[in-house]
Design a protein around this ligand. Structure first.
Ligand SMILES: [Zn+2]
Length: 434
């Protein structure tokens, strides 16, 4: 496939025509497909370091195919798939299976994350070396959904991944401090009569882990940072030179615990939505680089897991389809981030943390053509018709959101055109043609 994009604005504000041929950018040429990108912003293909694709094992929630389609319509060209599948992604066989499903469908690059502990049970390390050396070449390891709360296991995992330059991505949640937790702990949880999830349960694990990472000189990544106190701990660790990176989710940049008042379980998530002052601290930390990236924590659930009383409902929200618009609303509209910052926090930096190649020089002639075209002037009332994965558990339904993805190109072929997904058979064919 050859594509010409005319008049797109690059993240740095310059405008130019882009030519794509044989999977990469070329200096000029003729094209089978021309996209008029006047008024659109070209962003490098978005990379999500934290996606739950649910396959194998939970295909009623999501599959690699449906999650890949949700990613593409959101402007993503690569996702890192969390390990809490069934069987768990804790062996070479399972991670290779997930990666090849992603390759077969072709909407996005799927990079499996390996479990830190066998079966996510927190008792002994998984086959980290075998996953690293497998065809999937796993570099990111996480028990996400669970915290690696055992300090010795965490130390051993950090030491192990260091041998091949990998990273441990920690879901920071002290389990004993959060038994039965239903929402952020504070005045509102008391008022609503819901068990609280205290900020210190996150902050104390991050504090421990940055010290462990410093001690063994290994790379630590902190998943879904949600409190102002966590930001302070990470800022302190970075000032000391600790090799720590951190992510924030779009929902923690926009939404607060106040939404729990209606007991609408679409707003139930782990870690929970926090206070206004936490949201403001997270935005500032993303702007000043203390928090490195935005990651979705896309967590699809079947309707019956969410359509019930708050305390029985599953944690989690879908996020791939809305991420770019939510980042736009939360930190671009306010002027805290510009589009080159968005390109950094949603593409270059997550790729760098996950050791995903091909994202360091976007739009340069000779580099891989992974990008998305975004209309920043569009607005829409977000609806289930905007979702493309199986999960309908979006916290933004009925909310006005800015912007819209018009086209996404993965490895030189279109996965989204005119704001709609390209047919699955056509995408798979292009993926295997080139
Ligand atoms: Zn998590």
């Amino acid at each position: 496939m050859s594509i010409c994009i005319t008049g797109a604005q690059l993240p740095d504000g310059t405008r130019k025509d882009l030519f794509v041929e044989n999977g990469g950018f070329v200096s000029d040429g003729t094209a089978e497909t021309t996209i008029d990108a006047d008024g659109l912003i070209a962003l490098p293909g978005l990379v999500d370091l934290h996606t739950h694709l649910r396959e194998p094992g939970f295909e009623q929630s999501e599959t690699v195919l449906t999650g890949s389609r949700a990613a593409a319509i959101g402007g993503f060209t690569a996702v890192f798939a969390m390990a809490n599948t069934m069987p768990v992604q804790d062996t070479a066989g399972v991670v290779e299976q997930v990666q090849s499903l992603g390759d077969r469908h072709g909407y996005v690059t799927v990079r499996p994350i390996g479990a830190v502990t066998a079966g996510l049970a927190g008792e002994k390390l998984s086959e980290i070396g075998a996953m690293a050396q497998s065809r999937a070449q796993v570099r990111v390891f996480s028990d996400d959904g669970h915290c690696v709360s055992d300090a010795l296991l965490m130390r051993r995992a950090l030491e192990y991944v260091k041998t091949f330059g990998g990273v441990v991505a920690q879901h920071a949640q002290e389990p004993r401090l959060t038994l039965g937790a239903q929402m952020n702990e504070g005045a509102l949880s008391s008022e609503l009569g819901l068990a609280g999830w205290p900020a210190v349960a996150e902050e104390s694990i991050i504090a421990r882990d940055v010290l462990l990472a410093e001690h063994v000189d290994a790379r630590l990544h902190v998943c879904h940072v949600s409190t102002a106190g966590s930001v302070e701990v990470i800022r302190w660790a970075k000032a000391r030179g600790v090799k720590v990176t951190a992510e924030v989710t779009p929902h923690h940049l926009l939404l607060t615990e106040e939404l729990a008042r209606g007991y609408d379980s679409r707003f139930k998530v782990n870690p929970p939505l926090r206070r206004d002052e936490d949201v403001l601290a997270l935005r500032a930390a993303l702007a000043d680089g203390t928090i490195d990236i935005v990651a979705t924590d896309h967590a699809p659930h079947p309707v019956e897991s969410k359509d019930c009383a708050w305390d029985e409902a599953a944690n989690g929200m879908v996020g791939l389809e809305s991420a770019l618009s939510v980042v736009h609303a939360a930190v671009v509209a306010s002027g805290q981030l510009d589009w080159s910052d968005v390109a950094r926090v949603l593409s270059a930096k997550p790729a760098e943390i996950g050791l995903l190649h091909g994202y360091s020089t976007p739009f340069a002639v000779g580099s891989a053509a992974n990008f998305t075209l975004y209309d920043p002037s569009a607005t829409r009332t977000f609806a289930t018709s905007d979702l493309r994965g199986k999960g309908l558990n979006s916290p933004y339904l009925g909310r006005e959101l800015p912007g819209r993805v018009i086209a996404t190109v993965h490895n030189g072929y279109a996965t989204v055109l005119d704001g709609e997904l390209v047919d699955a058979a056509a995408v798979a064919k292009e993926a295997h043609h080139g």
